[in-house]
Ligand binder design. Structure first.
Ligand code: OGA
Ligand code: NI
Length: 338
């Protein structure tokens, strides 16, 4: 049982207060200090003045809606492939098998990664390759909008990573190195929650409880409440808090690779989405380092009394396993293919 008071009544879910980092703030020490506090406390913060215009964000959301409004047979033509590009239908993903009964998440999605042409040797890497796009004429301007957002969001992520580097007492450009964000795995994911009402007691969620896999995630949402975080995954009962949307802000959260890098000083926090019956759209941008990057305890995060808690692991090995653990086998969709 969760969020329950001693007499057994459901305690109201509180709204979390998160620090807000202003990327245009010239006082970098203030930004570093706010970010550090957020990373130590809950691994979630708001990001404002990030440089992506509201007008353009509105366009990305409008184009996302255009896609999800297509008939299912049209969406199935761009079903995700083994490189994790394309459409993921409702129930494709099961993030929290212990608490979600049989079925999966009540959300549909669309993955767009770094565009690498088929004939480029880099396309052999598990998370590199060509993207899957709706056919020309189906959604005019769609690909251009998504590619532009992918590009701009990566710049935002790199700017955040510089503040994170300073907060970890590293050189400001630590994450800019070629093996880090110089050749990143960066995935844009459009998400649509169809308006199902979640019921934790029945194991029904918009998105089951999970932590993200990589360095950081930038999340843009519409104004429908739904995202919840649990600051202490081991607490019994678990306490969940809402994160309210702020117009124009990204909600940024740290992923598991950063938790490993920082030897658990920076938190990758459990989160989930509860549907309240309203349709909801969100856009996640997952940022990971290069395929070959070795994620190992940072020099500033261990000491004799605090040895590394994890063995070093290659980014793509780790990521492949996490995707495999949470997504349906592609073969189940064979019957749909044309
Ligand atoms: C995710 C996620 C939250 C949301 O896709 O990893 O946590 O609000 N999404 O859609
Ligand atoms: Ni997430």
């Amino acid at each position: 049982m969760e969020n329950q008071s001693q007499n057994g009544a459901e305690a109201p879910v509180k709204v979390s207060t998160l620090n807000c980092i202003d990327l245009s703030n010239p006082d970098i020490h203030q930004s570093v200090s706010l970010l550090k506090q957020a990373c130590l406390d809950c691994g979630f913060f708001y990001l404002v003045n990030h440089g992506i215009s509201q007008e353009f964000m509105d366009e990305v959301f409008a184009q996302s809606k255009n896609f999800f409004h297509l008939p299912l047979n049209e969406k199935m033509k761009v079903l995700r492939n083994e490189k994790h590009r394309g459409y993921t239908p409702v129930l494709d993903e099961l993030l929290d098998p212990d608490n979600q009964v049989q079925v999966g998440d009540y959300k549909e999605g669309y993955y767009i990664g770094v565009e690498v042409p088929e004939d480029d040797p880099e396309a052999e890497k598990p998370f590199y390759g060509p993207n899957v796009w709706p056919a020309d004429g189906v959604l005019p301007g769609w690909r251009q909008t998504m590619e532009k957002f992918h590009h701009e969001a990566l710049e935002v992520a790199k700017a955040v990573a510089r503040v994170i580097a300073l907060a970890l007492d590293l050189e400001v450009d630590f994450f800019d190195k070629p093996e880090m964000l110089g050749k990143p795995i960066a995935t844009l994911r459009l998400l649509h929650y169809e308006g199902q009402i979640s019921d934790p007691s029945k194991g029904i969620y918009g998105a089951g409880a999970h932590s993200d896999y990589g360095l950081i995630t930038l999340l843009a949402t519409d104004d429908v409440m739904g995202l919840q975080i649990c600051k202490d995954r081991d607490a019994k009962p678990q306490i969940w808090e809402y994160v309210s949307p702020i117009k124009g802000a990204f909600i940024v959260n740290l992923g598991d690779m950063l938790e490993r890098w920082s030897n658990c000083t920076f938190k990758s926090t459990l989160h989930r989405v509860l549907g309240n019956g309203q349709e909801r759209y969100s856009i996640a941008y997952f940022v990971e380092p290069s395929h070959d990057c070795l994620v190992e305890c940072l020099p500033t995060c261990y000491s004799e009394n605090n040895p590394p808690k994890f063995l070093p692991i290659r980014c793509s090995t780790y990521l492949s396993q996490r995707y495999k653990d949470t997504h349906a086998e592609l073969s189940i969709y064979n019957k749909h293919q044309t």
